[in-house]
Design a protein around this ligand. Structure first.
Ligand code: SAH
Length: 367
C-alpha cells in the first residue's frame, strides 16, 4: 500500500515545493479539520486532496484508567490493523503554575503495528509483527492527541516512542514523522524520547545522518550480561554490549550537550536479571559508558489474575514468558547501589496498569 506521503507527492508533482509544507503545517492546526479548510491552497488542489481522510487512523476503543490520569486509545488503520497510543497526564508543577494551568501529557506512540523483536517479557512481540507504520500514521497519533487535549485546555509536553514496535526498523518513516512533528510544534528535540531494543546498523546510521533529528534515545538494556540478555531478548547479537559502549562514545562526541544522555531501561525480572551478579555487571558496564542514566522498571506482569485481559498471556508459547516482579526493596537496593557508584538512576512508576496500558502491555486488547 502506497503511503499517503507517496500519494501526496504524486498529486503535488507539478506544484511548487512549498505546498507540502503548507499541508503539513495545516495538519497541526487544531482549528482545521479538513483539507477543504486549508485556505492557503488553491481550490483545485483542495478538491484533489479530498480523497484523503483527514486522519489516517480512527478510534476503535478508548479506555480510561480509574486509578490515574491515563487514557489508552486503540486505533484502527485503513487496512484494519490496530495500534495503540497512551496518554499519561500530570499536573503542571512548575513554579507559578495554578490549578487552572494546563495538565502536561506524555504521549506514548507506536512505530509499527505489532513488533518483530520478540522480547520474552513484552506483550507486543507476542502478537507478532504486522507492518511498519507510515510517517502519517505516526504523525497522526500526535495530531489526534493534540486535538483532544486542546479541547480540554491541556497539552502534549513530551512524546515517548515506546508503544508498539521497534522504531529503528522503521527508520525512514520514523525520521520523517519526527522531523514533521518538530517543524510544526513547539516541542523541542529533547522532549521526544525514542526507545530502541538496539539495532546496530541503524544506530550506526544515526551517527552520520544529519537529517535525523537529535531526539533523546533510550536503550532497552535489561541485562548487562550477554548470555542472559540474549535469553530474554532474542534479537541480541553477540558482542552487542562492547559495541554499545563504543557507539555511545561516538554518540557523545556527536551530541555533547547535557540533555543528550542515553537512557538505559532495565526491567527488573525476579530471579532472571536481578541478582548481585547482574547488578555488578551493570555497574561495570556503566563505568565504561560516557553519559547515561539508568531507569529501573518494575515488570508489568502480563498475566495477572486481576488483569481483565488473561488471554494475553499464554505461558506455553515458547516466545513469551510470564515473569515475577522483583520485590520493591530489591529494586531500591539496585537504585541505591547505582547511586553509590556515582550513577544517576531512577525507578519508573507505571501508570495505567488497570487498563493494560503500561509498558509491555500494549497488545490490542479490549476489555
Ligand atoms: N522496541 C523498542 C520500543 C518499545 S518500548 C524497545 O524495545 O525499546 C520497550 C520498553 O517497554 C522497554 O524498554 C520497557 O521499558 C518497556 N516494557 C516492555 N515490556 C514490559 C513489561 N512487561 N513490563 C514493564 N515494562 C515493559
Amino acid at each position: 500500500m502506497a503511503s499517503r506521503t507517496q500519494e501526496l507527492m504524486k498529486i503535488l508533482e507539478n506544484e511548487p515545493a512549498y505546498r507540502l509544507k503548507q499541508i503539513e503545517k495545516a495538519w497541526f492546526d487544531v482549528g482545521i479539520n479538513s483539507y477543504d479548510e486549508i485556505t492557503t491552497l488553491p481550490k483545485d488542489l483542495r478538491e484533489k486532496l479530498k480523497q484523503f481522510p483527514w486522519l489516517s487512523l480512527e478510534v476503535h476503543t478508548e479506555l480510561k484508567s480509574r486509578e490515574d490520569n491515563t487514557r489508552k486509545f486503540l486505533f484502527k488503520l485503513a487496512d484494519d490493523n490496530l495500534i495503540e497510543m497512551v496518554l499519561m497526564g500530570r499536573k503542571n508543577l512548575k513554579e507559578g503554575a495554578t490549578d487552572e494551568s494546563p495538565d502536561r501529557y506524555t504521549i506514548c506512540i507506536s512505530s509499527q503495528a505489532g513488533c518483530p523483536m520478540k522480547c520474552l517479557f513484552c506483550a507486543t512481540g507476542k502478537g507478532g509483527f504486522k507492518r511498519h507504520l507510515s510517517a502519517e500514521e505516526i504523525i497522526d497519533q500526535y495530531r489526534f492527541a493534540a486535538r483532544i487535549l486542546a479541547k480540554e485546555n491541556n497539552r502534549v509536553a513530551n512524546i515517548v516512542m515506546m508503544g508498539q514496535g521497534e522504531p529503528l526498523l522503521n527508520y525512514d518513516n520514523v525520521k520523517r514523522a519526527l522531523n514533521v512533528i518538530l517543524a510544526n510544534t513547539d516541542l523541542g528535540e529533547t522532549k521526544i524520547t525514542v526507545s530502541t531494543a538496539g539495532v546496530p546498523h541503524a544506530m550506526e546510521k544515526l551517527l552520520t545522518d544529519d537529517d535525523f533529528p537529535p531526539v533523546r534515545w533510550a536503550l532497552s538494556l535489561h541485562s548487562a550480561i550477554e548470555e542472559s540478555r540474549h535469553a530474554i531478548m532474542p534479537s541480541h547479537k553477540k558482542g552487542f554490549l562492547d559495541w554499545l559502549v563504543d557507539w555511545a562514545k561516538r554518540y557523545r562526541e556527536k551530541f555533547p550537550s547535557r540533555t543528550h544522555y542515553i537512557g538505559f531501561e532495565y526491567i527488573m525480572l525476579s530471579g532472571t536479571n536481578d541478582d548481585e551478579r547482574h547488578l555488578q555487571a551493570l555497574i561495570k558496564l556503566c563505568k565504561k559508558m560516557p553519559y547515561f542514566r539508568v531507569n529501573l522498571i518494575p515488570y508489568n506482569k502480563i498475566s495477572d489474575p486481576a488483569d481483565p485481559t488473561p488471554e494475553i498471556a499464554l505461558p506455553e508459547d515458547p516466545g513469551f514468558k510470564v515473569f515475577e516482579r522483583t520485590p520493591p526493596e530489591l529494586i531500591e537496593h539496585w537504585h541505591e547501589s547505582l547511586m553509590a557508584a556515582g550513577f544517576t538512576s531512577t525507578i519508573r512508576y507505571s501508570q495505567g496498569q488497570d487498563i493494560a496500558a503500561a509498558c509491555g502491555q500494549l497488545r490490542n486488547k479490549i476489555k
